[in-house]
Design a protein around this ligand. Sequence first.
Ligand code: THU
Length: 141
Amino acid sequence: MANQIGTASIHIKDLFKAALLAREKSHSPYSGIKVGSAILTKSGQTFSGCNVENSSFGATVCAERVAIQKAVSELGAMEIVEIMVVTDANPPWSPCGLCRQVMVEFGTEIKVYCANVQGFFEEYPLTELLPHAFTPSNLKK
Ligand code: THU
């Protein structure tokens, strides 16, 4: 059952707004699909990103990973608690597998909000989107 951003909590609305704003910057001349994302860190900071496509298609970076990379490059060590992704798709898109793997590097208990520009959104725990994940703890000796 989809939720409506209009009735969501203030901080979910703020994440949505940040992702929508970033989406406007999308560099997507090849797919024509604009994606925006915003993450909330454990320290309460928000970072946003858009998809950045490339004429060498494999060099394209998804909006979620741009937001995460911006956060790491500003903060260094950080933990993600929530992540929003916004497209104009109905039903809203959920993050690609590569992005799910990058997310779990920075938080095993992340809530993922998949929204569209009409304001509908679904909420999933990352553990549901990426069960039995390979995480940094696997590399601990
Ligand atoms: N895309 C994202 O930004 N995030 C996702 O989770 C799925 C896909 C972008 C990549 C590409 O620019 C376009 O959407 C079509 O795949």
